[in-house]
Design a protein. Sequence first.
Length: 575
Amino acid sequence: MIEANVVILTGMKKGVSFPVNQVITIGRGQDNLISLEDPKVSRKHAIIEPTESGPLLKDLNSGNGTYVGNQKIVEYLLKPGDVFRIGTQLIRYETNKISNGNEEMSVRFDATVDEDTESADLNIIRETIFQVPEGKVAREQLQTIQNRLRAIYNANQIIVSENNLKNLFSKIMDQIFSLLPAHNGAILLWDKRKKRLVSEFVHTKMAVEEYSISATIVNRAFEKKEAIITQNAGEDSRFKNISGSIIRHRIASVMCVPLIYQNNCLGVIYVDTRGTSRAFSQEDLEMLVAIAGPAAIALRNAQYIEMIKQSYKDTLTTIANAVELRDHYTVGHTWRVTNFSIEIARVLGWTEEKIEEVYMGGVLHDVGKIAVDDAILRKPGQLTDEEFEKMKIHPVRGADLLRDIALFQPIIPYCLYHHERYDGKGYPYGLKGKEIPLEGRLVAVADTLDAMTSNRPYRKGMEPEVAIEKIRSAKGTQLDPEMVDALVEAYNIGRIHSLLQDYHKRDSRSLACPFCSTHIRIEEDIQIGSEYMCPVCGRRLLIKESHGVLLAELLPQSDMAFTIIPFRYTPHSER
């Protein structure tokens, strides 16, 4: 079965997917299946019609046209991977034949167990892996044992060398599938808050939205810390009273082993075959147990690293918040500049690791304002020349604060150079052109955009189109041309609009975030009393209403409970 969808890549509905199994109407009007809040989109802009040859994209005589790549189209037969533009919104057509662990998948637990199920204590299994054969042993048998141990060793080396939680699940499953005759597999971990096993990663060759496994088997492996093998799931007479999904998917052989770390069970690894009975041997079960042990250690280590990273980010956020609280006339500036910088970096094609650094550099780019007097920082009007000279010390003071902390040293350029000018007339060092580190050139453009578009006590922010044109005119003088071009591209494809302070102010379903002051749009399906996360600063909000006006109350940040962060793959083009 082939699944076909169109996925919105930009704007407030970024990531939302629509199946192409019916006529899809696209436009600004709320009666469209895909409703886009974009002034450049006509009320009835385009449609997608399923045909025998594939989905046909048709423009409905729209004002600004429909584009595939740079080509304006009237009708166009979509091919997998095509990205088309309507207004400033980008939408991709994609198909999918199988699931391979890179998608979020619903896992169904069937309360069944096979009468041909065997279980064994893990310690016994571990002993048999390394058991010396009794009696006379043929050379071929010794070679087989040696090959198995080499395969286990190599697999475990690959697994334990990975400390990124998102990549670890995939590497564990890749090694299992390279060594065992499995068709499908899943990694399930214990969720302390939900108090149950939760699917974190699924690798399946089936084109289904729901993947069925036996709840009885996985729960038994988890609770009793047993290694379980069952050989004839499809022949179990007890399946006749269930929904039929096990039989439909022809589940035959199953293995399930616990993930044990220091006698604590973190979860289980589950694999099965479809339509192939007695596919697994005792040696296969031993192999899976041998992989699960180091996998559990690698998993716990990756969780610790994730906690450390999160604590590091929380520390940066706390420092940035201290600056924001002192400079209440520019509340939210830090978070908008950070998000602008990230979107520019993505257009430039920077790696995800570098973008993580951009996040940290953006958050702390103004940390040196801690050293500026309150009288200057909180002055509601324009600064005098003398006051401005005192304000100009903040990049150096910020760099001084960060210099002695090894973890903070990579983000010093974001702090120290974001007020240098491309023509050499900036501060603190008057660097010119490419003498300015690219991190400083990046933040300088983002900082300029927010300074122009956000409100101050002595003036109202500019309209974004006006600010973008002024920034264009500053190419090669105040600002780096490459960074300006990347900002303009990010703006044109809709990545900047929702981050601007007042962009959603006129929307009836909008409110100002009480933390960062940015106006955010609340979707229609969000009810009063619901929790919501500000897309700019990431703070948790409680949505309220007073006299017909939407309001938000800040909620405490989530507790740092020791839970695993689920792997959810996002294609690079959607990041």
